[in-house]
Design a protein around this ligand. Structure first.
Ligand code: COI
Length: 336
């Protein structure tokens, strides 16, 4: 079972031994915030830039709980090595946990928790991508950067004239729908667990009706290539796809076909199949190594950003605090 930490824990009790947590894969600003925040919770963080791996499990010796980033896949061998040094709880600083085989971790005695953080970070970004897509933002900025200040040949669209299909109505999907209502568009939704008060449609109907389809569902075996070739063909001609969820929710080859063939109006992708090892790296002086990424980036109606929708100061504060809370709750359950 996955654990998440939606709320903050009370201050530590005086005289109780501080809980140690090894925090792997920490960016500079995350590290600083962990060091500033942890004492308030009676926690001693051991913070390292190193990602968790077989080579770095020794950094967790003495701590039952570790916190990990989402950037590297945690192999089964690493999970076994972590268990050998006494780790029984991993809190990942992300909502998604497809970088960890949770079932395997649990089978060897390691629980896995995710952290909730401001869904507004991703929801704001999603709206920005939608607006950029329907106003032809990429080609407009490209032209202006080249000092070509003429208007584009095709006019943009106003959100209020469009139907937006939201796939996945969890915290982020809901925050996206709240924003869309403010723009006056028609919003339809699809989720395997429909929420009251939201107009849910079967997926095929949503695809056939939506001018923009936005993805906010977790990546699981059941949602892998949720938008496959057949489903992309069901979309309205000229429709847009926005993906701030996970790259593999979309069949990238099928998407490329639809975009290059002019069947879809455009796409805005903050996540991409095969992004691992490319996104977050400085590839200015080395081959990017993904043909589909290069083909997507060549298209004037495709926006690609490097999985950064979550990257806000508010979300960072939430991630750090809720990672600490996750570990404290696990420790409390262990002791109690
Ligand atoms: C998630 O929380 O699952 C995300 O995709 C953002 C993550 C990269 C921190």
């Amino acid at each position: 079972m996955l654990h998440s930490a939606p709320s903050l824990a009370p201050s530590p009790v005086a005289g109780v031994r501080a809980v140690g947590i090894t925090v792997y894969g920490c960016e500079h600003d995350e590290a600083q915030l962990f060091r500033e925040t942890a004492p308030r919770f009676g926690v001693l963080p051991f913070v390292t830039e190193e990602p968790v791996s077989e080579a770095t499990v020794d950094l967790a010796v003495g701590n039952r709980c570790i916190s990990v980033g989402h950037k590297s896949q945690i192999t089964s061998a690493t999970l076994r090595a972590l268990r050998r040094v006494g780790v029984t709880y991993i809190s990942t600083r992300s909502v998604g946990c497809n970088h960890i085989n949770v079932g395997y971790a649990e089978s060897i005695g390691i629980s896995v928790g995710t952290v909730a953080y401001s869904p507004d970070s991703v929801a704001d970004y999603t709206l920005m991508l939608m607006l950029m897509a329907v106003r032809h933002g990429k080609s407009m900025i490209r032209r202006a950067d080249l000092h070509d200040y003429r208007l584009g040949a095709v006019r943009g669209k106003e959100l209020r004239d469009l139907t937006v299909g939201v796939i996945g109505t969890g915290r982020i999907g809901t925050a996206v729908m709240d924003r869309l209502r403010g723009f006056g568009c028609r919003v339809v939704a699809h989720d395997t667990r429909p929420r009251p008060g939201v107009a849910h449609l079967p997926l095929d109907d949503l695809l056939a009706r939506s001018d923009i389809v936005t993805l906010h569902t977790p990546l699981t075996p059941a949602t892998h290539h949720l938008l496959n070739r057949r489903r992309i063909e069901q979309m309205k001609p000229g429709a847009f796809v926005v993906n701030t969820g996970r790259g593999a929710l979309l069949d990238t080859d099928a998407l490329l076909c639809a975009l290059e063939g002019g069947r879809l109006g455009g796409a805005a992708l903050d996540v991409l199949e095969g992004e691992e090892g490319i996104f977050y790296a400085d590839c200015r002086n080395r081959p990017v190594g993904s043909e589909s990424l290069l083909r997507l980036q060549a298209l004037p109606n495709v926006i690609v950003s490097p999985h950064c929708a979550y990257h806000t100061d508010h979300a960072l504060r939430d991630m750090v605090e809720n990672s600490i809370v996750n570990c404290l709750e696990f420790e409390a359950a262990w002791v109690g």
